[in-house]
Design a protein around this ligand. Structure first.
Ligand SMILES: Cc1cc2nc3c(=O)[nH]c(=O)nc-3n(C[C@H](O)[C@H](O)[C@H](O)COP(=O)(O)O)c2cc1C
Length: 386
């Protein structure tokens, strides 16, 4: 087995991740009425075959109104459990753990799929049968110019949203998930409460940082109570708002301390989503410093994410102590075998490959090493056998 720190198991509560590579949640906008189907089984299943330790199902609406688009996965009904259980069973059968990100999009709900434009749905741009719906938020503040003004949730309605997170958590237990991740990032509902850019409330849920955290902490506390003691709970945060006028990493350290006190096991340290375009440094591993600071100052496990594209880069994130886990999104779409390739590259291990492939590749790669690279142009390039 690989001896790289990237392939060291990690135990959180009663669950042991076989390695540190995680497939980040990625909306596929390919569900009908919130149900997953064969597409999701193959999309997610290929990452288990590709050696990732944990595969996290995309942002999953806890209510129909909490979906980003009509194509989002949902978990507001018991009928949605069996499809997800089928995905979980496949991931487990092939050596990965299964996570699910529970989400409410708030003022960013009722959007088009990205490939339809990604704007707010209007009666004019709607696909047939997929009209807009009214959105909600902390305050009546649109997420961007030109977007609809959301309804500011009343205290009674906040309790309903919290209960929807709890019900979805119970269904996640029924589906067999190992990890639940609460989505409090990217400018969606929970992030809209934390950010001073979108939270203008003057009740106990707005104003000071402590008040702006209150709703998320209530949700997390309730989810923790419904989620088994022996299974880890993650929260994805936007470590900073896109704009420098919003949430700072110091705010997020304070938030992470409160999350830890409520039984959260790891912070998935993403960023952005509110305040326009990204005003912070950008480049390979650009959010790793957030993971490192939050890990050091809040003393909680972190998962780094964002332009981590190379096995040695991922290994360095873990080896340097910046984060405990490395989440990969677009690079995994490009190379679902990222994890097995990483083990091979880092120390020549083929044991992360499925047994159907690994041993065959050992033999082939030995032969290729002896032959040297194909130099062409003739497709046939042979020599006498030894
Ligand atoms: C197709 C796609 C869908 C995404 N959907 C989600 C999502 O459902 N939830 C979420 O928190 N982030 C989502 N993200 C963000 C990724 O999880 C990740 O944080 C981001 O892409 C940066 O990582 P990367 O550079 O490895 O792609 C999505 C990204 C992509 C590319």
């Amino acid at each position: 087995m690989s001896t790289s720190p990237l392939f060291a198991p990690l135990t959180l509560r009663g669950v042991t991740l076989p390695n540190r590579l995680v497939v980040a949640p990625m909306c596929q906008y390919s569900s009908t009425d919130g149900f997953v189907g064969d597409y999701h089984l193959v999309h997610l299943g290929r990452y288990a075959l590709g050696g990732f330790g944990l595969v996290v199902v995309e942002a999953t609406g806890v209510t129909p109104e909490g979906r980003i688009s009509h194509g989002d996965v949902g978990l507001w009904s018991d009928e949605q459990v069996p499809g997800l259980a089928r995905v979980v069973d496949f991931l487990h059968a092939h050596g990965s753990l299964a996570g699910i990100q529970l989400a409410h999009a708030g003022a960013k709900a009722s959007s088009q799929r990205p490939w339809d434009g990604g704007d707010a749905v209007t009666p004019e741009n709607a696909r047939p049968g997929e009209g807009p719906w009214p959105t909600v938020s902390a305050s009546a503040v649109p997420v961007a110019p030109g977007w609809p003004t959301p309804h500011a949730l009343t205290v009674e309605e906040l309790a309903e949203v919290r209960d929807a997170f709890v019900a979805a958590t119970r269904r996640s237990v029924a589906a067999g998930f190992d990890v639940v991740e609460v989505h409090a990032a990217h400018g969606y509902l929970l992030n809209q409460f934390l950010s001073p850019l979108t939270n203008r409330r003057d009740d106990e849920y707005g104003g000071s940082l402590e008040a702006r955290m209150r709703f998320q902490l209530e949700v997390v506390e309730a989810v923790r109570a419904a989620w088994p003691e022996d299974r880890p709970l993650f929260v994805r945060v936007s470590s900073v708002d896109a704009s420098r006028d919003g949430v700072t990493v110091e705010d997020t350290v304070a938030f992470a301390r409160e999350l830890k006190a409520r039984g959260v096991d790891a912070i998935d340290t993403s960023g952005g989503g509110l305040g326009g375009s990204w005003q912070h440094p950008i480049g390979y591993g650009y959010q790793v410093p957030f993971a490192a600071q939050i890990r050091a100052e809040a003393e909680i496990a972190t998962m780094a994410v964002g332009l981590i594209v190379d096995a040695r880069q991922a290994e360095a994130v873990v080896a340097s102590g910046a984060a405990d886990l490395v989440a990969i999104a677009r690079e995994a779409q490009d190379d679902p075998n990222f994890a097995v390739h990483a083990a091979r590259e880092l120390d020549g291990s083929y044991e992360v490959y499925p047994v159907q492939a690994g041993p065959r590749l050992v033999g082939r790669d030995r032969l290729l090493a002896a032959l040297g690279p194909w130099t062409g142009p003739d497709p046939v390039q042979v020599r006498e056998s030894a």
